[in-house]
Design a protein around this ligand. Structure first.
Ligand SMILES: Nc1ncnc2c1ncn2[C@@H]1O[C@H](COP(=O)(O)OP(=O)(O)OP(=O)(O)O)[C@@H](O)[C@H]1O
Ligand SMILES: [Mg+2]
Length: 249
């Protein structure tokens, strides 16, 4: 059995011209674990996500998936290695039904003429929605008719369906209301049981403390530290994020 972490980042450095976006980041994410990446605006969080997906290439440093060094030059290459991303703004086809969105670009077909296997896709969608406890009117509902929370649940379900290793989430609940966020958090915690590794970027420390096993703090591209969530508190994380000592009032 492969005991290497699902994701290992070693000494990742990324600059854009004169701007250093990420400086010397080293981080492991294991299967069944949720690691949160936190930091102020511009700290480099999204850049890290984009580097892992292959949308950006690191200027230097090493990325390993399950122990194997990878050099992705675009996001399709990381997808083929079981990496999926969920963003804040939903990348769903508005006018298409839920089941088509789940299979976008990977539609099931049947027979000699490659006819779309709608029945098969609908059945698989139903099963996945049930497993993840996602409530939508029907797999045939058009995305446009769903609430923001239902849409994000579909986006998370899609990522889960195709990820075999790692799910990256960049502010997955930033556009959602309180109830919808709580529902999305339930789905996200449920992914641990599917043995996926999860890296989540979030500005909500409450959320980070509810969901994560470990917290990695970036400040202006620098890795300030990694803490076990159970062994730290919000004061410590806030002072790591800001570089100011928490007041001892
Ligand atoms: N394509 C790019 N070209 C030039 N600079 C970039 C590019 N992408 C990011 N940067 C810079 O890198 C730094 C980190 O940006 P990044 O988007 O990773 O921050 P972030 O932590 O995700 O911030 P936020 O919380 O606001 O989303 C910023 O200074 C940003 O301006
Ligand atoms: Mg960002």
């Amino acid at each position: 059995m492969n005991t290497a972490p699902a994701l290992s980042l070693r000494n990742i450095y990324k600059s854009f011209g004169g701007i250093v976006a990420v400086e010397d980041l080293s981080l492991d994410v294991k299967r069944g674990e949720i690691v949160a990446l936190v930091g102020d605006n511009g700290a480099g969080k999204s850049t890290v996500v984009k580097i892992i997906t292959g949308m950006y290439q690191p200027s230097s440093g090493e990325i390993r998936l399950a122990g194997e060094p990878v050099h992705f030059i675009d996001a399709s290459q990381s997808q083929s290695k079981g990496v999926q991303v969920v963003y804040q703004d939903l990348a769903l086809a508005e006018s298409q039904p839920v089941y088509m969105n789940l299979f976008l670009g990977r539609e099931k077909t049947k027979g000699w003429f490659g006819k779309l296997d709608r029945t098969g896709m609908i059945a698989e969608t139903e099963e996945l929605m049930r497993e993840l406890n996602v409530r939508i009117p029907s797999p045939k509902s058009t995305i446009r008719k769903l609430s923001g929370g239902q849409r994000q649940a579909v986006a998370i379900a899609r990522a889960t369906h195709w990820a075999t290793n790692l799910v990256l989430m960049d502010e997955p609940t930033a556009a959602l209301g309180v109830t919808e966020t709580s529902k999305a958090e339930d789905i996200i915690s449920g992914l641990k049981a599917r043995d996926l590794a999860i890296l989540i970027v979030s500005h909500s420390l409450d959320q980070v403390f509810r969901l994560s096993d470990q917290i990695c703090v970036l400040r202006r591209g620098k890795q300030i530290g990694v803490r076990q969530t159970k062994q730290t508190d919000k004061n410590e994380i806030v002072s790591m994020i800001t570089g100011l000592h928490a007041s001892s009032r």
